[in-house]
Every structure is written in C-alpha cells, then in structure tokens.
Design a protein around this ligand. Structure first.
Ligand code: ADP
Ligand code: MG
Length: 224
C-alpha cells in the first residue's frame, strides 16, 4: 500500500520580531488510507502549522513532503484533501447550502451538486439550516456546516483543526458519531487536531505535539 502523505524531516519556522520561532521541529510521518489519527497538543504546540503543511497550504522551511497517491500539491484542495479550518471559514454572503457546495464547484462538479449537498447536510443534521446565512448560525452550527463541506466531495483525506472547539461535549460527540458513521468502510483517512481528550480517545492513533516536537505512533488499545 502507498501512503497518502509521506514527510521526512518536515519543519517550519516563522520569523517573529526578527527571531525565528520553530513551530514544527523536523518530523517524519506517514498517513495511510483509513487511518483515524488524533493530533493532540496544547495551544501553540504547532498543530495548525502541521495541518496547513499537510494540506499543501503552506511551504515547509525544511524537509520533504509528498502526496504519493494524491498527486501534485496544486491538485489537493479541496477535491482530494478537505481542510476544516480552526477559524470560522464559511463565506458570509453565501447560504449554508452554497457554502457546502463550494468544493464541488471548485472541482467542476457543480452541475449535480444539489443531491450531494443535501446528503452532506443531512449527515450532520443540518437540513433545516439550508438557506441560512452564516452570521445567523451559532459557532457550533458553523463548525457542523464546515464539516459537511469537508465530506461533500468525498475526499481521500480530511484534516480537521479543532473541529469541535465551539461545541459542548454532547454536540461534539454527536458530530463525531455522524462523521464516523459516514466514514465507516471508507478508505478516507481522518486527522483531527484537538486538545479535547474525550475526542482524542475516539481515534485509533494518537500523535502528540509539544513545543513543535511531534511524536507519532502511540496507539490506543485495539488499534491496528
Ligand atoms: P496550535 O495550532 O497548536 O495552537 P500553531 O501551529 O498555531 O499552534 O502555532 C505554533 C507556533 O507558531 C506558535 O508559537 C505560533 O505563535 C507560531 N505561529 C503560527 N503561525 C504563525 C505565523 N503565521 N507567523 C508567525 N508565527 C506563527
Ligand atoms: Mg491551532
């Protein structure tokens, strides 16, 4: 089997007030189809930095990064890789349904989008919000819509950055229930950055980040 992502010595530094801040110390990793990975770490540990690199949105400062089964970096988003941003990312002037349809439009699949959009919204119990504008939604509802947008194009990899940060514990669990049901028997891999141990406990594989240092491979009981 070929990995979806392979990274060797991948690192990222930023310049802050003339000084280099190491957001990600050189790290090597593989992501394989069907994996369910929790990326756990405190605020500022480098989780978003890593996700943006893996999505091809940002350039590494050092190391190698490749998407062997997915193709060139320009072709990743949003068709093959879906990135759920930590910050609100819905477009204000578009309805919920139009926001969810965006990845299909960007992939040139807009013509038959209605049924797929409805299915994605139904997956997360959002059909009642279909015509709403984002500013009329709660933070938690926005996160659910962002998740519907992530699955609509049937990507091979979902990278979700603190996707339940605005949700109470029960709603967070319901969102994950819906996502896991949707992904059951799917080869789509899922990487969720979270500092919520309850969410992390539901994933098979735990990666830890601390001050930019990534440690991979620690697995919960029962994982492969
Ligand atoms: P996390 O997602 O775990 O909260 P981040 O990846 O957002 O962590 O940030 C890791 C470190 O990199 C922090 O010290 C942060 O201040 C710094 N950082 C992140 N993005 C930038 C940026 N665009 N410019 C400068 N520093 C940044
Ligand atoms: Mg972050």
């Amino acid at each position: 089997m070929t990995p979806l992502i392979e990274a060797d010595g991948l690192g990222r530094s930023y310049q802050q007030a003339g000084e280099a801040v190491v957001a990600l110390s050189p790290a090597s990793l593989r992501i394989w189809p069907s994996q369910r990975i929790a990326l756990v770490g405190r605020s500022g540990s480098g989780k978003s930095t890593l996700l943006h690199l893996l999505a091809g949105l940002d350039q590494p400062s050092c190391g190698k990064l490749a998407w062997p089964t997915l193709g060139p970096v320009e072709s990743l988003l949003p068709e093959k890789v879906a990135l759920v941003f930590q910050a609100p990312s819905l477009l204000d002037s578009l309805s919920v349904a139009e926001n969810v349809a965006l990845p299909l439009l960007m992939a040139g699949q807009g013509r038959d989008s209605a049924a797929r959009v409805a299915f994605a919204l139904k997956t997360f119990g959002l059909l009642a919000l279909v015509d709403k504008l984002p500013q009329t939604l709660s933070g938690g509802q926005m996160q659910c819509v962002a998740m519907a947008r992530a699955i609509v194009g049937q990507p091979k990899l979902i990278l979700a950055d603190e996707p339940t940060g605005q949700l109470d514990q029960l709603s967070a669990q319901a969102l994950l229930d819906a996502l896991f049901r949707h992904l059951a028997d799917s080869e789509c891999a899922l990487l969720i950055a979270t500092h919520d141990p309850v969410i992390a406990a539901r994933m098979d594989i735990h990666w830890h980040m601390e001050h930019g240092l990534l440690s991979c491979g620690e697995r919960t009981a029962g994982s492969v």
